[in-house]
Design a protein around this ligand. Structure first.
Ligand code: GSH
Length: 222
């Protein structure tokens, strides 16, 4: 039996959605973020040394890292979410499985960190310096990088209906999180209509909705 080690309001929502699309049986083991630090609880380190979510166990196997988990589950349980082996669509799909976490997420994470730095309480004499640094990093590096990635993703959806081609695939599931995070906190809006329409289409999928019901709190689905 597949177990998804699921942290509330997190990337592991993608794995629940994938499993619903695949129609496979699975169980959820739930973990709650520390409300102050937003970090995962220490119990998750007993499953994988990094203590991050998602982690999936399947029999003797323990797998971490969303892209690797999605690749494994889609291969093992449902070829229909992966384009045919050796096709150009399959290469695109593989590219997106890596791109989502390797390239799209870093500027989003930097934005989160520097937004926090700007708004965190701190001694009055440090505040102007810390805020000045945060603003400078955001305007000089983070915002241009976010624009670059969002423009790129918007233009890619001008080439095909879904990210890897005309068929919905595992790539779309993997890209959902950076796009939802960008819409929630990094300025993705109606000025990029293809990406907004993509979010609407994925949110309307019955499997996505079933995963939401099972996963609990997920504020990115708005
Ligand atoms: N690149 C990893 C990132 C894993 C990750 O950072 N997960 C977050 C949830 S969105 C987490 O566990 N955060 C809590 C923590 O770091 O303690 C993946 O895609 O699986």
């Amino acid at each position: 039996m597949i177990t998804v080690h699921h942290l509330n309001n997190s990337r592991s929502q993608r794995i629940l959605w994938l499993l619903e699309e695949l129609g496979v049986d699975y169980q959820i083991k739930r973990y709650e973020r520390d409300p102050k630090t937003m970090l995962a609880p220490p119990e998750l380190r007993a499953v994988h040394p990094l203590g991050k979510s998602p982690v999936v166990t399947d029999g003797e196997l323990t797998m971490a890292e969303s892209g690797a988990i999605i690749d494994y589950l889609a291969n093992r349980y449902g070829p229909h979410l992966l384009p045919a082996a050796d096709s150009p669509e399959r290469l695109r799909c593989t590219y997106w499985l890596h791109y989502a976490e390797g390239s799209a997420m870093p500027p989003l994470l930097l934005k989160l960190v520097f937004d926090k730095m700007e708004s965190s309480p701190m001694p009055f004499f440090v505040k102007p310096i810390a805020r000045g640094i945060a603003r400078k990093v955001k305007s000089a590096f983070v915002a241009p990088q976010l624009k670059l990635h969002l423009d790129y993703l918007e233009s890619e959806l001008g080439k095909s209906t879904w990210f890897a081609g005309e068929q919905f695939s595992a790539a779309d599931i993997q890209l959902s999180f950076p796009l939802e995070a960008a819409a929630a906190r990094a300025g993705l809006d109606a000025s990029r209509p293809r990406l907004m329409a993509f979010l609407e289409r994925i949110h309307a999928r019955p499997a996505y909705q079933r995963a939401l019901e099972k996963g609990g709190e997920y504020t990115y689905a708005r």
